[in-house]
Design a protein around this ligand. Structure first.
Ligand code: NAD
Length: 266
């Protein structure tokens, strides 16, 4: 396989649907062998792996709940066993569980933080351990790359979703702190902040005419994002073309973070 990620080994969490699925497929098209992580939907993950194989690529599926320390370590062990190593981790798995503050249960708060933030910590830690164990690979500029799937809500407050916004704000500073820690070893850690991307996580919004219209008012570029918009950015960020990019977030949001309400009224 030739391409921006030729010879690379990637592990993508939450890759059986949405943005993770698109990242897995795009990285495979760019030449990477891909470990497709899923938590519950084995069938969908197998479908992603089959699509990659049908396209001439290499993929395996690996089950793990990213909030579970033992499961994450076992997932990395399986990926390394099958692929030889891991060069790229896309820490993408994430959930929402929305409620007003008074109704939000401790379980709702803890579960969102456990999957979205703790899950990324566990995957990043396992990735750094593997990068150090394996050492520099010939032909690679970096020892390894970690992409943290964040959100525009790492900076935009979001009422009735304090758990989700807190998890994404946490991802931003975890990503920056880790990037600072491991940059001398040539490990790059980067955030991706999608705006409103058409996936199952926000299906209730884009399937409803009035809600979709209201959402579009928040997007200066005038359209919803597609999973491929994020996947293309992820491929570039994971490649040596982005070798000098670390400790920053790339917003892929059609301008959602430009405070569009101020355009005619500031
Ligand atoms: P999605 O629901 O299709 O994808 C989330 C994936 O994570 C699913 O495949 C799900 O099975 C998996 N997952 C959930 N809990 C898991 C766990 N404990 N262990 C392993 N996997 C688990 O939605 P998506 O939009 O593709 O979301 C992907 C990421 O993008 C999330 O982190 C989300 O916060 C982020 N994001 C999405 C949008 C958007 O508009 N769609 C915007 C900003 C950020």
């Amino acid at each position: 396989m030739t391409g921006l990620l030729a010879g690379q080994k990637a592990l993508v969490t939450g890759a059986s649907s949405g943005i993770g699925r698109a990242c897995a497929l795009a990285m495979a098209r760019a030449g990477a062998a891909v470990a497709v992580n899923y938590n519950s939907s084995a069938e969908n993950a197998e479908r992603v792996a089959a699509e990659i194989a049908a396209d001439g690529g290499e993929a395996l599926t690996v089950r793990a709940d990213v909030s579970d320390e033992g499961a994450v370590d076992a997932m990395f062990a399986k990926a390394v066993d099958s692929l030889g190593t891991v060069d790229i981790v896309v820490a993408n798995a994430g959930i929402q569980s929305d409620s007003g503050i008074v109704e939000m249960t401790l379980e709702q708060w803890q579960r969102v933080l456990a999957v979205n933030l703790q899950g990324q910590f566990l995957c990043a830690r396992a990735a750094v351990r593997e990068f150090r164990r394996r050492g520099m690979r010939p032909g690679c500029k970096a020892l390894g790359k970690i992409l943290c799937m964040s959100s525009v809500h790492e900076v935009i407050p979001w009422a009735r979703r304090v758990n989700y916004a807190a998890s994404k704000g946490g991802i931003m500073l975890m990503m920056k702190s880790l990037a600072q820690e491991v940059a001398p070893e040539r490990i790059r850690v980067v955030g991706i902040a999608p705006g409103a991307i058409r996936t199952s996580i926000n299906e209730s919004v884009w399937k409803d005419e009035a809600a979709r219209h209201a959402l579009l008012q928040l997007i200066p570029y005038g359209r919803l994002g597609e999973p491929d918009d994020i996947a293309k950015a992820a491929v570039w960020l994971a490649s040596d073309e982005a070798d000098y990019v670390t400790g920053t977030t790339l917003y892929v949001d059609g301008g959602m973070t430009l405070y569009p309400a101020f355009r005619d009224n500031g």
